[in-house]
Design a protein. Structure first.
Length: 335
């Protein structure tokens, strides 16, 4: 058996945990036998559920704790809750090098705080960034920062460009990273002083890991011409929530239109194949998993409300990140 990737799993985080987590592990395990799952949580609940699954005992272990972070906890309340919570212990295992990567579907603020308390920053990086995957016409794009930093300097945005490119190259090694700064216009004179200074400096950087493509406007985020989109956390988070809301609006309105009349129902039957492709393209489970970049160990945040399919896809992201040495890529690119 080849050396397995050890994933620390906060089994008690997110909606319908730990059942969703265990179902997601089973689905991922059917597709890949390269991962060893270290489940942190209440053994009395996890063990009976996982023993009903088809997961070989050689591919998982349960680290027992009855303490967990609650979804309604503030970030600081979660940190104070103690070092015996499933989230804290999972992160600590990465710190102690007994796990390669940590994933949680639990409280986002708590995950960011506890990760920063336990893990060091990569040298020469000032701030971590929360990144995620978005669909585009040509595949997937990496977008960051999605809310970890409200205010950023030009150095932070340059670091985000490098980290985002390293992430893209780890997830999609056959493609070239193309970086753009999210701005209110595509002209060099548009934007605030920070983003204009970042533009100037990125144009002067020679980096074989990515190609800088300048500015991008919000209406072009999903055209696929660039695949690494960089913003401060305030702008990135607004863009994320706007995109999610728009996608939900389109799919719900389309469903209503197709069910609203006999002609709509007939049309939906005729167009079923195209509609299924459209639905799959916008399915958030397929690009579930935000990545906290900048720390010296990888931290993955699965959406708390996703189902087991979304969690399984997050586990696939974990596998690619470790297999393709994301942290080393960032270290070697940051100056």
């Amino acid at each position: 058996m080849n050396k397995l990737i050890k994933v620390a799993v906060d089994a008690m985080g997110g909606d319908n945990a730990p059942q969703k987590i265990i179902d997601g592990i089973e689905l991922h395990h059917k597709k890949s036998k390269n991962t060893f799952y270290r489940l942190f949580g209440n053994k009395n609940i996890i063990e009976p559920a996982i023993n009903k699954k088809t997961i070989n005992n050689n591919f998982f272990e349960i680290i027992h704790t009855e303490d967990k972070i609650k979804g309604e906890d503030t970030a600081f309340a979660a940190a104070k809750r103690g070092k015996n919570t499933s989230m804290w212990l999972a992160i600590e295992s990465v710190k102690n090098k007994t796990s390669d990567i940590i994933i949680s579907a639990g409280n986002t603020g708590a995950l960011l705080i506890i990760a920063k308390l336990n893990l060091k920053m990569i040298e020469n990086i000032d701030k971590p960034a929360l990144s995620g995957l978005w669909p585009s016409k040509k595949g997937m794009s990496v977008v960051l920062d999605l809310g970890a930093n409200i205010e950023c300097s030009d150095k932070n945005l340059i670091d985000f460009s490098i980290m985002g490119s390293s992430l893209f190259n780890s997830l999609f090694p056959e493609e070239k990273a193309k970086v753009a700064l999210l701005n209110i216009g595509s002209e060099e004179v548009k934007g605030n002083e920070v983003i204009k200074e970042t533009y100037k400096k990125l144009n002067q950087i020679s980096n074989e890991d990515f190609e800088f493509k300048g500015f991008i406007e919000g209406n072009s985020l999903m055209n696929g011409e660039v695949n690494v989109i960089v913003a401060d956390g305030f702008t990135g988070n607004v863009a994320l929530k706007t995109a999610e809301g728009t996608a939900n609006f389109i799919t719900s309105e389309l469903k209503s239109a197709m069910k609203g009349s006999i002609f709509g129902k007939i049309g939906s039957i005729i167009s079923m194949s195209s509609l299924n492709k459209f639905k799959k393209k916008l399915d958030p489970r397929l690009y579930n998993g935000a990545i906290l970049l900048g720390l010296d160990s990888p931290v993955i945040k699965s959406h708390g409300g996703t189902d087991y399919i979304g969690f399984a896809n997050s586990l696939s992201v974990c596998e690619k990140i470790v297999k393709n040495n994301l942290i080393d890529k960032i270290r070697n690119s940051i100056t």
